[in-house]
Structure formats: C-alpha cells, structure tokens
Ligand binder design. Structure first.
Ligand code: ADP
Length: 244
C-alpha cells in the first residue's frame, strides 16, 4: 500500500530525514516513536506532501512520485487525496459546525453533491460517537470531541491511508481514551494507518509494527512484542529505559 524509498528532507542546511525506506502493507498499523526532533512529524508531513521531500520516491496505492524530478501542482493535489491527516491541534474551522467541518473537504475539494456529503458526514460523526453534536461549534466541544471531528473530517475524503501526528498529546488525560478507541476501531476495520504517538499502551495493543526513529533515520522496526521485550539497537534500548 505504501512504499517509501530513499526519502530525504532538508530544511536549508539541516538534514531532517536521511534515506528513509519503508514498506507498509494494506490494513497494517505502524506506530512511530522516537525522541523529540528525530523527524517523525516531518516524515508524516512528507507523506501528505505538506512538506516537499528533497529526494526519494513515495508510492501509495498505485500512484508514485519521484522527488528527484520536478513535481507538478496537479500531481501534488492528486497524491494528497490518498492520505488523510489528523493533527495534534485539531485544526478545525472555528466558525463552522462539526457537520460543516466534515462536509467541507468533500464539497469544496472533491466537488461532491452537498446532500451526499451531508449524509456521509452524519454517518462519520455517528461513527466517532458524535451523532448528537452535529450542529456544535468547536468551542462548544471538548478537546477529545474536537479531535474525533478531526478524524471524521479526514475520513470524509476517503483516503487510502490515515496519518496521525500525536493525536492525543494536546488532550487532558481523561479524554485520551475516547480518541484512542476511535483509532482502534478504525484499525480493526482494516484502515492502513501510520501513527506518531507517545501512547505506548496503544503501540503494544494496536500496532502491527513499531518504528523507532532517531536523528532522521529509522533505527529499528519490529513487532511490538519484539520491540518492547527484545530491542536490538542500543539507541532503542536507551530510549525505552528512559520511559520506565
Ligand atoms: P519530531 O516529530 O520527531 O519531534 P520533527 O519532524 O518535528 O521531529 O523535526 C525534526 C527536525 O526538523 C527538528 O530539528 C526541527 O527543528 C526541524 N524542523 C521541522 N520543521 C522545520 C521547518 N519547517 N523549518 C526548519 N526546521 C524544521
């Protein structure tokens, strides 16, 4: 489903991603962990083309982009539709209701019929447990509810892959569970997901593979059982010790 080959990204002189290669099969959940500044967010943003990679190729589904060549705006727009992104800060439109937030992408970007988009948005908001909050504005919702609207909004674009960038780090502890539950349900339904998170329990329970990043590299990749009980690399061991 996803094939990343030799992906690199620099900001000026600063090389943030160095020769990242990764294959993700359809329906798999990859959890990415690593110290702050290791390049986790940049990798997700490159997959969503919010950042333009400096080199390498990314293939998602049957579309592929080679960043050693010039990439057209049209290619970027088409490619971006393949992934849905959920951010740490929910990034909802403050002056639109939950329903309007979820309808916006399909209607404006995909030019979907409004009625059809409304029905789909209602279904998605019901799916994330917000059937009774359709007409609420973001300020009337808790952080956990806003993030669930964020997930419904990403799903409304019918992406092949969902990318989560620390989706629960801005939440009060008592609200984390409701967002993780929605993510677990999605994983169970077979959505392909890449999740940057500090929630190790989620990684243990839901991930098919855990990636450990440090210094712009993927240092280690393993099943959660293997990763947490028998890490191979010294840098991984040190990182896991700090968590205890
Ligand atoms: P992580 O998500 O692992 O904390 P990031 O991908 O956010 O790491 O950041 C990796 C490195 O890239 C950091 O050193 C950060 O300061 C730098 N960086 C990220 N975005 C930018 C940017 N837009 N301009 C310059 N440097 C950036």
């Amino acid at each position: 489903m996803i094939k990343i080959t030799g992906l690199s990204k620099s900001f000026g002189e600063l090389e943030v991603l160095k020769d990242i290669s990764l294959d993700v099969e359809k329906g798999k959940v990859i959890v990415v962990i690593g110290p702050s500044g290791s390049g986790k967010t940049t990798m997700l943003r490159c997959l969503n083309l919010l950042e333009t990679p400096s080199g390498g190729t990314i293939a998602i589904s049957n579309k592929s982009i080679d960043f050693s060549q010039r990439v057209s705006k049209k290619e970027v727009t088409e490619f971006r539709k393949l992934t849905g992104m959920v951010f740490q800060g929910y990034n909802l439109f403050p002056h639109k209701t939950a329903l309007q937030n979820v309808m916006e992408g399909p209607v404006i970007v995909k030019k979907e019929d409004k009625e059809k988009a409304r029905k789909k948005a209602e279904q998605l908001l019901a799916k994330v447990g917000l059937a009774d909050k359709l007409d609420f504005y973001p300020y009337q919702l808790s952080g956990g509810q806003q993030q669930r609207v964020g997930i419904a909004r990403a799903l409304a674009m019918e992406p092949e892959v969902m990318l989560f960038d620390e989706p629960t780090s801005a939440l009060d502890p008592e609200l984390v569970g409701e967002v993780l539950k929605v993510m677990k349900d999605l994983a169970r339904e077979g959505m392909t997901m890449i999740v940057v998170t500090h929630e190790m329990k989620f990684a243990r329970e839901v991930a098919d593979e855990v990636l450990f990043m440090d210094g712009g590299y993927i240092v280690e990749k393993a099943t959660p059982e293997e990763f947490f009980s028998n890490p191979k690399e010294d840098r991984t061991k040190r990182f896991l010790q700090l968590l205890q």
